[in-house]
Design a protein around this ligand. Structure first.
Ligand code: ADP
Ligand code: MG
Length: 696
């Protein structure tokens, strides 16, 4: 019954069915059932016309018509009815269906009018109100009118909100008694959920707002529960299917480095994460782990320690980074860490010459090269390992799924995979999108770091900023100045960057000052040269576009100035800020903006000034932008949630996750009788929504 075509529902028919399919993708009874209202209006309330003048926007009035007249020339004809109650009069206006509506109205009758108030200057009117004779209006105690999304095309065929209400009413009547409960009694009781049928009735036609809330909670829970059930199940299956190399030993490489070369103590968080990784790599199961840690939290070292364990067990490893600069930097710091230990490390990027490339290829194939660092150059088919056991991916969100999958296939048996990200993903999203991944979190910065001080300046206060810069340079610090580069307005942005560079060069002239510049239009070699100059302290100011966004590490740089900060997203701002605050000095971040700021820009800037906590920032970002923008529409589109909202329903996600893991713990294959309906529902879902979330 639920899968009956929508055309067969009373009140729909073929024409409307076609429209429903096209406009709102409603094909079946079930689709319509899940077309939930987005709010309710209390139709038991009456307003007076007086309220309208005081700003009420959506009103229900009771009164009579004083006059009904057609106004305007033939093609622009509209119907105006003057409506009156004890407190005043207001115009009701129709632009469409003039003839028909006119014939259905009469002066002197008592009407109930409902609609949105429009205001032109001091004149108020209600366009296209709902109007009904009072004697026909069934006054249901506490009637809450559900409001549904509609559109012009739908409305033109009678499917405005009221129209949806009617067909949904027909549907609910028809489905009476045949809606099956899909959650077990246990879960209903434990999580205090109302039954499915009741929930569906109450979400569309609630007896009270409280009932509507209970219904929505129940339906959200169900939706998220099955999502989590699927994620956890998939993870179990994948782990069973994919054998992992067993890294039994921790020996020479690791121990020598740890005892003789590690220049500092690991932070508590680094230790904990290393334990998790070692356990994975020694378990015989395949590791598929995401390492989240704020910028500067020391992820590279964790990667290196994991790499050393792989080497100890006779395997090769690779570390892939999204940009050449970043790859080069990893290469340099890892070489510095392990160079003296006689471990060979190679760098492979697009700009490596063919001769060098050939050497790297052959060393990979004969197994003599243990650590390969590079950009996506290292996933090319030509790059073959003798026995790769671990692949580390830095800043994983920069890589596409296909690129990651290629790494995965570098061996007959896939290498362990560790993906690292400095863009904290809010817990609810991580659980949902990467629910089949294990997540480790470094939630502690190395000791001695001072929180970055962030301030907001309007452009007109630039002179103060220049003074501040001069002051910091005098103390021996270095400064980044970052300009936005947005593809659509690339030309203008590029000009801004060059203008900025010029005025900085004028204000901070040679020979006393040295200014570097790095942007996307430069050759890789030139970029690298400039970066190196800055890293070596030979230039004090680095003017750049966001090419420096990820990973760059120059501890002596303690000031980050972000130009047109209003043009950047929250997480990008946070990433950029993370370039400073890496040394022992107090660091600063200055956000420069024009005076006029949108509400949203203000909120972003305010958040950044207030907090340094990447997870808190990620939560704000999620609330402001929604999961689609954060994860990419492709991924969140596949989710296609009908009622739950990952940005708002974080707590329910957590509950649903707990419930799902508990169920699978007790009954891994859902074979118990009490779980029969859940199993059926899960299979149905997996059929419609295949595995999209594997990221490696
Ligand atoms: P990210 O997590 O952003 O990749 P990095 O790995 O680049 O951070 O580390 C940032 C800096 O902190 C590096 O200079 C690194 O050597 C240093 N670092 C890492 N771990 C520690 C530690 N436990 N104690 C002190 N400094 C550390
Ligand atoms: Mg890093």
């Amino acid at each position: 019954m639920l899968h009956t075509e929508i055309a067969y529902l009373k009140g729909v028919g073929p024409k409307r069915a076609e429209l429903l399919q096209k406009e709102v993708r409603i094909f079946t009874f079930n689709d319509l059932l899940q077309y939930y209202p987005f709010r309710y209006v209390d139709r038991s309330k009456r307003h007076q016309i007086r309220d309208v003048f005081e700003g009420a926007q959506e009103v229900q009035l009771q009164g009579t018509l004083l006059s009904i007249s057609e106004v305007g020339a033939a093609r622009k004809k509209r119907l105006v009815a003057v409506f009156k109650d004890d407190t005043g009069t207001i115009d009701l206006i129709w632009f469409k269906g003039v003839k028909w509506i006119k014939s259905s109205l009469a002066i002197g009758k008592e009407y109930l009018v409902y609609g949105r108030v429009n205001r032109y200057g001091s004149k108020f009117s209600i366009p296209h109100p709902e109007i009904e004779e009072v004697k026909n209006f069934k006054q249901i105690e506490g009637y809450l009118q559900p409001i549904y999304h509609s559109g012009d095309k739908l409305s033109a065929r009678g499917l405005n909100s009221k129209g949806f209400e009617k067909i949904l009413h027909n549907l609910i009547v028809q489905l009476n008694g045949i809606i099956v409960e899909v959650l077990s009694k246990e879960i209903l009781t434990n999580y205090n959920l109302i039954g499915k049928e009741e929930a569906l009735n109450q979400i569309h036609f609630p007896h009270s707002l409280e009932q509507a809330k209970k219904a929505s909670f129940r339906l959200k829970f169900e939706e998220l529960f099955f999502l989590q059930l699927q994620m956890i199940k998939q993870k179990q299956v994948a782990q069973k299917k994919t054998q992992g190399f067993v890294f039994r030993k921790v020996s020479t490489h690791f121990n020598t480095f740890f005892n003789d070369y590690l220049p500092f103590e690991l932070t508590g968080a680094q230790k904990r994460v290393m334990k998790e990784i070692r356990k994975d790599m020694g378990s015989g199961l395949h590791m598929n782990r995401m390492l989240q840690g704020d910028v500067g939290s020391g992820k590279t070292l964790v990667a290196l320690l994991s790499i050393l364990i792989a080497l100890d067990n006779g395997f090769q490893t690779c570390l892939m980074a999204p940009t050449e600069i970043l790859a080069a930097q990893h290469y340099n710091s890892i070489k510095e860490f392990v160079g003296q230990m006689g471990i060979e490390v190679a760098l492979l990027t697009g700009s490596v010459k063919t001769a060098q490339r050939k050497i790297i290829h052959s060393k990979l194939e004969d197994g003599s090269l243990g650590i390969l660092i590079g950009t996506h150059a290292l996933i090319e088919d030509k790059v073959k390992f003798k026995n790769i056991g671990l692949a580390v991916i830095d800043e994983q969100h920069r890589f596409g799924v296909a690129q990651r999958a290629k790494l995965w296939r570098k061996n007959l048996q896939p290498p362990h995979v560790l993906v690292m990200t400095a863009t904290p993903i809010p817990r609810t999203l991580a659980m949902t999108f990467y629910g089949d991944l294990d997540v480790s979190v470094i939630d502690e910065l190395p000791p001695g770091r001072k929180p970055i001080e962030t301030r907001h300046y309007y452009d007109k206060n630039r002179l103060k900023v220049f003074q501040f810069m001069e002051h910091e340079i005098a103390k021996g610090r270095q400064i980044y100045i970052v300009y936005p580069l947005i593809e659509e307005s690339e030309k203008i942005d590029y000009k801004d960057l060059m203008d900025g560079y010029e005025s900085i060069s004028r204000r901070f002239p040679v020979p006393k000052f040295q200014v570097s510049i790095v942007h996307g239009r430069m050759k890789a070699a030139d970029k690298e040269y400039e970066m190196n100059q800055f890293a070596a302290g030979k230039t004090q100011i680095m003017v750049a576009t966001t090419v420096i966004e990820v990973g760059v590490n120059v501890p002596n740089a303690s000031v980050m100035i972000i130009e047109s900060a209003e043009k950047f997203g929250l997480s990008q701002l946070h990433q950029l800020r993370g370039r400073v605050g890496r040394g022992a000095e107090q660091s600063h971040c200055l956000l420069m903006t024009s005076f006029k700021l949108s509400q949203e820009a203000k909120k972003r800037i305010g958040t950044l000034v207030r907090t340094n906590d990447g997870f808190e920032i990620a939560e704000v970002d999620l609330k402001m932008r929604g999961p689609g923008d954060i994860m990419g529409t492709q991924q969140s589109g596949l989710l296609d949630l009908k009622i739950a909202d990952l940005a708002r329903d974080g707590q329910i996600v957590q509950l649903a996750r707990d419930a799902a893991s508990q169920v699978l713990l007790d009954d891994p294959d859902l074979m118990h009788k009490k779980n029969y309906e859940m199993r059926t529902q899960l299979f149905r879902q997996i059929k419609n929504r295949p595995d999209w979330s594997r990221i490696s």
